[in-house]
Design a protein around this ligand. Structure first.
Ligand code: HPA
Length: 248
């Protein structure tokens, strides 16, 4: 079973025929929302709104452990995460879709493992390649047929939020090798890995990162909201295409 985790702007999916909602309790507390079982493009999927149905959860308050645990407990094997980002690299434009291949984690204080030596024995999982490389390939092949602009590699700087970054922080992330910046890839990606779920992200680019391009003087929320309506439509179109072509 495939799950879609929707981020900012994607608290629900227009076109998803809802079959049922399920409240899942986990040893880690409650997920962001009841899981939504539905049909998208004729395929069964499970949808979870990462920030809650009304976007009430800040990135550092999301119960990532409960979310991933809940999905695994109902039989999910693969997760497509939709996570909007700012672009650090000049060639990545607003409205593009980045399929990142790497993560640098700048978050702190989040519950970022199931294997913390309290609930479960300490375990050091391999995370050399944080996204599922074969599912990434399938997705990249599949989206080639679409006309949106896909960037098929990206290094995602995961920041704590909820504030946006300073221009100097963005300069630092770029020096570190990051090409996009967002607030939710971690610990979501590592928790999926710990539970053996394949996990990939598609990142709609909502804005230029702080101090760059159109955001040279700041990031206006008006600009963020303006770009998002079309991007949301495009994201749903991409998801429908993917679930139709994904063999499960
Ligand atoms: N920074 C962090 N997270 C984001 C951004 C950004 O510029 N845009 C969308 N999510």
């Amino acid at each position: 079973m495939l799950a879609i985790i929707g981020g900012s702007g994607l608290c629900n999916i227009e076109g998803l025929e809802i079959i049922r909602r399920e409240i899942v309790r986990t040893p880690y507390g409650q997920p962001s929302e009841p899981l939504i079982f539905g049909n998208l493009g004729g395929k069964e999927v499970i949808f979870l709104a990462r920030h809650g149905a009304n976007h009430t959860l800040a990135p550092h308050h999301i119960n990532y452990r409960a979310n991933i645990w809940a999905l695994q407990s109902v039989g999910v094997k693969s997760i497509i995460s939709i996570a909007s980002v700012g672009s650090i690299e000049k060639s990545i434009k607003v409205g593009d879709f980045v399929i990142p291949h790497q993560i640098i984690d700048y978050t702190y204080g989040r519950n970022n493992t199931y294997y913390d030596g309290i609930d479960n024995p300490v375990k050091h999982i391999d995370f050399t390649y944080p996204y599922d490389m074969s599912l990434r390939e399938i997705i990249i092949q599949s989206v080639q047929k679409l006309t949106y602009n896909f960037v098929t590699e990206g290094v995602y700087a995961a920041t704590q939020g909820p504030r946006l970054e300073t221009a100097a922080e963005i300069d630092r992330y770029e020096k570190d090798g990051a090409t996009i910046v967002g607030m939710t890839a971690m610990p979501e990606a590592v928790l999926a890995r710990e539970l053996n779920l394949s996990y990939v992200a598609i990142c709609p680019v909502a804005n230029h990162a702080a101090g760059r391009g159109e955001s040279a003087e700041g990031i206006s929320s008006a600009m963020l909201n303006h770009s998002s309506q079309q991007t949301i439509k495009n994201t749903i179109d991409i998801l429908i295409h993917l679930v139709k072509t994904y063999g499960y």
